[in-house]
Design a protein around this ligand. Structure first.
Ligand SMILES: NC(=O)c1ccc[n+]([C@@H]2O[C@H](COP(=O)([O-])OP(=O)(O)OC[C@H]3O[C@@H](n4cnc5c(N)ncnc54)[C@H](OP(=O)(O)O)[C@@H]3O)[C@@H](O)[C@H]2O)c1
Length: 327
């Protein structure tokens, strides 16, 4: 698979990133570690060298499963691991933001241990924390960089004002915002800010939690413990809008011999300011499908067709919308 220079870093990454929230099982209705490892190994075999995780994904489980997969992979290569910090949880799995220097210092040690690495390639503040001055969090990250514990500093779910503040306290290499055909709120201000400041991006939720894979009819219900059970996008009125749009998008995708998932991920990569796109996957066959994003392009005419399909079907386009941990 092709490689892309990741903003102002020295990292050379695949345009598609393997998302491993599902690997942790938490809020995704569980996961099978053996299957997750097979999925990660399949991604590496197909040339996906960029893996995104976070401590909160299964409360350490996602990071530990990645470490096991990398051990099984056994090759020194160009694999790039991005993890995060700044969320803490209690025994009841209540998650809270905490980007204090002390929390960051503790989390980096825990992640290094779980991932079984000497240095984390990309270390991202998961969510802005209104109770900690940005200066404090950034200073902690800069120190970790100086100590060689992390290579590059990233942010996730930050707006341009917050990014501006981070930039005045240290270097910022990337932003991870929500992004897919149905969730385009970051296009107006946040992606232009990133382009202006040479901040690379990893769009998350590239498949809109599976909606853009074309596998849903709009009648599905989700088991307890699957976040789609409470996500408003999967409530009957909106769910059907998306399914109808996907039906038409599928036809455009088939003109390229591609699945709608491949088409949706490719579309995201062709949007201004989108450096890489993350797709979560729980099985090797999902990885194989999503890896088909590489090596081709959607024509200008079909990009326009996508806009027409979206404006025909999506009555109330939404901005970024995600499960926000309590402030
Ligand atoms: N920074 C943040 O705050 C944040 C927030 C959300 C996500 N993320 C990151 O972004 C990643 C991706 O986002 P996401 O996991 O929320 O959602 P996503 O990529 O939009 O959807 C992934 C889910 O869709 C299904 N799927 C994936 N590929 C498929 C295929 N080819 N065919 C059929 N089904 C397929 C799988 O779930 P099922 O098999 O259960 O349907 C998979 O877990 C996460 O793993 C995480 O790394 C970050």
């Amino acid at each position: 698979m092709e490689r892309k220079k990741f903003g102002k870093t020295d990292l050379e990454v695949s345009p598609i990133v393997l998302g491993t929230w599902v690997t942790g099982g938490w809020l995704w209705g569980g996961a099978e570690d053996k299957e997750s490892i097979r999925a990660i190994l399949r991604a590496l075999e197909l040339g996906i060298n960029f893996i995104d995780t976070a401590p909160v994904y299964g409360f350490g489980r996602s990071e530990s499963v990645i470490a096991q997969a990398l051990k099984d992979w056994g090759r020194n290569g160009d694999t790039v691991i991005a993890t995060k910090c700044g969320l803490e949880w209690d025994e009841k799995e209540n998650v809270r933001r905490n980007c204090s220097a002390q929390r960051i210092r503790q989390e980096v040690e825990d992640s290094l241990k779980r991932l079984n690495v000497d240095r984390i390639d990309l270390y991202q503040l998961h969510w802005p924390d209104p109770n900690t001055p940005i200066q404090e969090s950034m200073e902690a990250l800069v120190k970790l960089r100086d100590q060689g514990k992390i290579r590059y500093v990233g942010l996730s779910n930050f707006n341009s004002e917050q990014m501006e503040e981070c930039l005045s306290a240290g270097e910022v290499h990337s932003l991870q915002p929500p992004y897919n055909m149905f969730e385009r709120g970051v296009e107006r201000e946040i992606l232009p800010f990133c382009m202006d400041h040479d901040i690379a991006t990893l769009g998350y939720g590239g498949l809109c939690r599976g909606l853009l894979t074309g596998k849903f009819t709009g009648d599905e219900t989700f088991p307890k413990g699957d976040l789609r059970r409470v996500d408003p996008k999967f409530k009957p009125d909106r769910f059907k809008q998306y399914v109808n749009a996907v039906r038409e998008l599928k036809e455009v995708a088939s003109g390229y011999g591609k699945t709608v998932a491949q088409f949706a991920l490719r579309w995201a990569l062709q949007q201004p300011g989108m450096t890489t796109i993350i797709a979560g996957a729980r099985t090797p066959s999902q990885v194989e499908d999503n890896a088909g994003v590489a090596g081709w392009e959607i024509s200008q005419g079909d990009l326009q067709k996508v806009e027409e399909i979206l404006s025909k079907h999506i009555q109330s386009p939404v901005g970024p919308e995600f499960m926000s941990p309590r402030k």
